[in-house]
Ligand binder design. Sequence first.
Ligand SMILES: [Zn+2]
Length: 442
Amino acid sequence: MHITHIGIDDTDSARGMCTTYLAALIVEELLAQKAEFVDYPNLIRLNPNIPWKTRGNAAVALRFHTENPQKAFDIAKKLLIENSEAKEGLADPGLVMHVGNVPKDIAQFSRRALHDVIPKHVADDVIKRHSMQYYAEGSRRGLIGAVAAIGNTLPKDHTFEIIAYRDKSHFGHRKVDKESVIRMDKDFSKYTFNNYDESADRILICPHGPDPVLCGIRGESPADIVKAFSELKFEEPVERYMIFRSNQGTGEHLTEHLKEFRAHVSGFVRGYVVERAKIQQGGHVFFYMQSSTGKIKCACYEPAEELRKVVLSLIKGDHIEVGGGVRKASKLNPAVLNLEYLKVVKLTENKVMENPLCPKCGKRMKSEGRGEGFSCEGCGTRASKKTAKLIPRNAEEGLYLPPLHSQRHLTRPLKRYGRENSPPKIIDNWFRIFETQIARMW
Ligand SMILES: [Zn+2]
């Protein structure tokens, strides 16, 4: 039996659907049809720097064995149509199915979808080439993410997210006990990330829109996040949860060198600061660097506290690496790289030249005029050259990220640097629907 892959994207909308919830509904029916999942549902984040993204630009891939791929596709399509908000112009969903191993060109397509902007017709070509079944509504843009999700099998580093959903009757403020989130964050700090931003006193596990997601905990292994989840206290019923394997927190979108400085691409460049940072209106900070891609304008926005401080202390000649997305040029401004991380590779010496001190009386010498050297007013001692003074740098070499609450879903958190997870075994309780009575006890 071949593996069947179903990719779903762009079903998010302002009013309350959510790609991951649709995936959970599809999983429920596929499990009832005895589909055997060969992987956790994959939550694949795509290039976060394209302007028409949905919330967080997420797509989902389901990978399973089934006797009847056609039936699986029909189930997914039926649920997508039932839950679609495309008719109101609120979403552009796409659904794609591929049976068999993931071909190389689809994997390449996925890599590109992390860094670049892919035109719709490229997705159409891939779908045609492999005779993939598909369904799309609205602008059909969802097909791009759906194909990209299938192609990213997360063969290398990955993380997990347990996403809990709530009942439709509870689409108001999320009733998750804040103290329990803070406690869970402390107890599981080694195995989970981005639960709570202490510096801003902000809970990060709950979204804010009118969607079915109650909360999501991200972490290093399925067992850890299930345990972490069981520490949370809710004052509303949990309808179900599902565990996703994901490229969130891997920094995967910034792993390619930016060879071209085009609008909306994501990646990194290395080079030297050529113009110090200036603060402009709104508190935004801009500086210029020279890289193999050319002279690049970099931006760091107001909320980026510590990162911003370091950027302001950079001087000409500092060797740096920056990662981020390119914002389109406007009439007044060139294209700008929005900083998602800054690595200070080597700080240059900050030297200022000054008049020499008199070796006899220690006084600062006076200039005798341009090219005439220096002399001491007290004793007449002469010197020919200025001396260099080293000014201590108030920055350190190292890696700097924006504060937790303004990081991308794909941003590799500081604590994940140097960490790489290898493909896991599926644990039993990766998908669970609660009876309302049980749910109320959480
Ligand atoms: Zn003197």
